[in-house]
Every structure is written in C-alpha cells, then in structure tokens.
Design a protein around this ligand. Structure first.
Ligand code: PGA
Length: 227
C-alpha cells in the first residue's frame, strides 16, 4: 500500500544551490508518496512535486516581523506543514500554539502534520507515553476536524540519536492516536533509516514516515520511498 514519507531537512543545507541539487536527486517516481520539507529560505527556489514547510505563523498577515504565514506558504504550492516538532517545542512552542498553527493551516488549505511524542529513554512505559500524547492531542486538536490532520508520533529520545522505537511500540501508539482521537493518518519519526523503515511501513496503522537525517542523503531517502 502507498504510504506517505515526509523528509524534514531541518536547518540544512547551507546554500540554495545545494538545496536545489538535493531536491533534484530525489526520485520523481517512487512506490510511496514523497514530500520534502526544505528550510523556509529555500521553499520558493526548490523544485519538487510535493513540498512541505517545517513551521508557520498562525496569522495570515499583519505586523509580525520575521513570520511566515500559511497563506504565503500556500502561494508557494506547499501542501503540508509540520507543527509541534520537538525541536520547536524545546524553543517554547506550546500545545496552544500548535493548535493555533494547525487551525491557520487548515484555513489556508494546507495539511498540518502535528508532531507529538515524549520520553527521554527507550524503556519509557507505554502508559506514561499515552498519558502525554493524550494531553498534546486534546489541546493540539481542540476545535479541529481530526480526520484532516496528520499526526507524526516521534519519541523524543529517538530523534537524531540513531535509536529508533520498535515498530510494535509505534503501531500501538498509532492505534491509540487513531482510536482515541479519530485522526486519519499517523506517521512514525525518529532515526528512520533505510534499514529500519520497512518494519514501520509494514505496520497496518502506520501510514508513513518522517525521516530527518536520512532525508538529507538522497540514496537513503530514495531507498526509503521505494521500500
Ligand atoms: P531524525 O529526525 O530522523 O534525524 O531522527 C526526525 C525528525 O526530527 O522528525
């Protein structure tokens, strides 16, 4: 079955020329649906069939220096936008901000990819995790139609560490997120690589992946989108 693979480039690469080269190296024909999220400075310069943004502001326009609005992203043909990534939460993004951004994105016709997750260690108890996910989703999805939002489950200890969750744990969380909140699609993220991606893609309730590091290496990203 076709799944969704969203590459989060984070604050890479350093130049527009390098970003264009990276995007050009990604297969246009793949088994799964591929999306790339370049940094905001390169969104207008990079060519790829499906673009995502890594962040946005919640107002459409006004005196908000330095912000990028969903309406502006829409004009760049952006189809998806991350909200609530743990690296943004670490810098102060609250569940209320996540909710405001998701609302603004839906109003502009962009699908929010709401990142949730928690945990500092691999052995984190499942119940402890679902407890945190429950709060993040209750607040993050407040007043929204959950079926219109994609949720990315990313255990914090797995992001950029080379340590991934087990597909069984991720599947359990995906079932929780879908059944409890009526979310349509759930992705897994956190140290996704060509070596572990298949395990997640084979899970019934995991609808795709959110690789970070691996999305910057075209060979790896191309492998993942064709598994
Ligand atoms: P990673 O990043 O694949 O490098 O762990 C995932 C993410 O930040 O979404």
């Amino acid at each position: 079955m076709k799944k969704l693979v969203i590459g989060n480039w984070k604050l890479h690469p350093a130049t527009l020329a390098a970003a264009k080269k990276l995007a050009a190296a990604i297969s246009r024909k793949s088994k799964h649906v591929a999306v790339i999220c370049p940094p905001p400075a390169f969104l207008a310069g990079v060519v790829f069939p499906r673009l995502g943004a890594q962040d946005c502001f919640w107002e459409p326009a006004g005196a908000f220096t330095g912000q990028v609005s969903p309406v502006q992203l829409k004009s760049l043909r952006v189809k998806y936008c991350l909200v609530g990534h743990s690296e943004k939460r670490k810098l102060g993004e609250t569940d209320e901000i996540v909710n405001a951004k998701a609302r603004a994105l839906l109003a502009a016709g962009i699908t929010p990819v709401m990142c949730v997750g928690f945990g500092t260690k691999v052995e984190q108890d499942d119940l402890e995790v679902t407890d945190v996910l429950k709060t993040q989703l209750e607040l993050g999805l407040a007043g929204l139609e959950p079926a219109e939002v994609i949720v990315a489950y990313e255990p914090v200890w797995a992001i950029g560490t080379g340590k991934n969750a087990t597909p069984e744990h991720a599947e359990k969380m995906a079932i929780f997120i879908k059944h409890k909140f009526g979310v349509g699609k759930v992705l897994y993220g956190g140290s996704v690589s060509p070596y572990n991606a298949k395990g997640f893609l084979d899970q019934r309730n995991i609808d795709g992946l959110l690789p970070g590091g691996a999305s910057l290496i075209p060979k790896y990203f191309n492998q993942i989108i064709n598994l």
